[in-house]
Design a protein around this ligand. Structure first.
Ligand code: PAF
Length: 285
């Protein structure tokens, strides 16, 4: 695997592969890789012949009081993990390469409706930061396919919509969430948890699973399911931001006849803010 830091080096490698007829698959990340990221590369391998991953902690998607400065950075381990996973090119730019005029003055890409709900309500500007950097990375790498984890379900939905709206040529693939044996979704932010908090954290997936079981059994009182989930998390000692039942396709509030749903939550536990979701199909008539 080769590691490069400039846009021109990425373009040169990718163009050569494309001339040779290879399909290029891209996995953007913020580094501090874990098994969940490796599984994204494994998914990527089903869609092409050449694999690019980026490691870039994107300042634009962090709020002023968030963990940008402290976000874990482990470039050497990341490089080893990507090489072992069969990645061909690791793109690790510095901030000035991506935001030559600073991230505050950068041109922006936004998907207004989808960006401002759920995460957007609690992390203003976050989704705009994600769509902007992903659009930039797509212009740099020009992949045929890009893989994103379903753990960040709203992010995946925003990116799919951005790609459709802006007529981008890339195919977006969602990869299932990887979980620890007790159900906790793998995330770089799990390392902010103390040992006691780590023991508590699987309540998030247990509560989502219980809520999904209610939906699956035909319960269409989504407001009551949302209250149940929120209160369960509070009772366990977490501080939930939201626990919400939405239409999987576009994250709209579901009507009683909606079939494909997703239940999403974000909750704070100690220093960590954890997000998770489960998709659920409602029974047909
Ligand atoms: O999911 C992430 O790691 C980031 O939000 C992404 C997509 C790499 C954009 O910075």
């Amino acid at each position: 695997m080769e590691t490069v830091a400039t846009i021109s080096a990425v373009r040169e490698r990718v163009q050569a592969w494309r001339r040779a007829g290879a399909r290029v698959v891209f996995v953007p990340t913020m580094g501090n890789l874990h098994a969940g990221h490796v599984s994204l590369i494994e998914t990527a391998r089903r869609y092409g012949e050449r694999f690019v991953s980026s490691i870039f902690v994107n300042p634009m998607q962090f709020g002023p009081n968030e963990d940008f400065a402290h976000y874990p950075r482990t470039p050497h381990e990341d490089e080893r993990m990507l090489a072992d996973a069969g990645c061909d090119l690791m793109f690790m730019p510095d901030v000035a390469e991506i935001y030559p005029h600073g991230s505050e003055r950068a041109a922006r890409v936004e998907v207004p409706g989808l960006s401002r709900i759920l995460e957007g309500e609690f992390r203003p500007g976050h989704m705009e930061g994600v769509s902007t950097v992903v659009a930039k990375l797509f212009h740099i790498v020009e992949p045929d396919v890009a893989v994103f984890g379903e753990k960040d379900f709203q992010q995946l939905t925003v990116i799919r919509r951005m790609v459709t709206e802006l007529c981008m040529r890339v195919e977006i693939v969602g990869a299932p969430t990887l979980r620890d044996t007790d159900g906790l979704a793998l995330s770089s932010r799990n390392q902010y948890l103390t040992a006691a908090e780590r023991k508590l954290a699987p309540v998030i997936f247990r509560t989502l699973t219980a809520a999904a079981a209610r939906v699956r059994s035909g319960d269409a009182d989504f407001a009551s399911i949302e209250r149940f989930g929120f209160q369960e998390l509070e009772r366990a000692g977490l501080r939930p931001d939201y626990f919400s039942v939405r239409r999987a396709e576009d994250l709209a509030t579901p009507s009683a006849d909606a079939r494909a749903l997703v239940i999403l939550t974000a909750a704070r536990l100690g220093k960590a803010r954890l997000i998770d979701n489960v998709q659920v199909a409602r029974p047909g008539d």
